[in-house]
Design a protein around this ligand. Sequence first.
Ligand code: SAM
Length: 249
Amino acid sequence: KLSKRLKQIADYVSKGSRVADIGSDHALLPVYLLQSGTCPSAIAGELNTGPFQAAKRQTAEAGLTKAIEVRQGDGLAVLAPGEADTVTIAGMGGALMADILETGRQAGKLDGVKELVLQPNVGEEIVRKWLSRHGYVLQNETILEEDGRIYEVLHARHGAHSMDGNSIENVYDAAFLAANLSDEAKREWLYRMGPYLLRSNEELLHNKWQHEHGKLARISKQMEQSDLAESREKQAQLKQEMDTIQEVL
Ligand code: SAM
């Protein structure tokens, strides 16, 4: 059975699209997308030999070696331009994900890619910033909990308007945040917390950032013992970050 996390990623993939799943590991996502009739064909990309072989094994066991091509290589290098309509990348950090997207974009590998479904494990704001800088408009976001971990899934379309007709600027329009912060600071926190997640006032989002707040408070407490000027400065920064989290939530 597919995990809740992978199921949410699959739910964002548009029916009929040719998908490329990068960093596919066991290829569970492309196998599900084929079996559910969502995608007519798929490419599973993997950098590392162990997972690459696991992906080959999984697609063979599912009888899908014709429909799913498993390719070994770094990021989007496994794709020829125009081969995929949708790219999915899941289960890695946001910085690596943005790096894969940017290297691929510069090599023309994203030409013709209309849709991205991304699940960064950390560093979500790096991914949101990359998307908005390169003309991908967030359509929606989901936050979910599985096995005690919280995951965020982002769905973006190229050159499009958002589902509710918003342009990129409007998706990150800070005006709706009541927090007592500058517009610039508000926008920064929209990138960090997620504009759709904030608008829908998700309980899990509150849990995630309360947890973050707790971590900062612990660090701050440890620093109280030190009276170095440097650490006082750092403490002031932490205090401000904690205040902002409370302010925005
Ligand atoms: N996408 C699957 C999921 O969400 O369940 C697997 C996630 S797994 C934690 C991350 C996978 O990405 C690993 O199998 C790793 O080998 C692969 N990976 C890491 N860097 C990569 C890169 N630059 N290009 C392709 N795959 C990469």
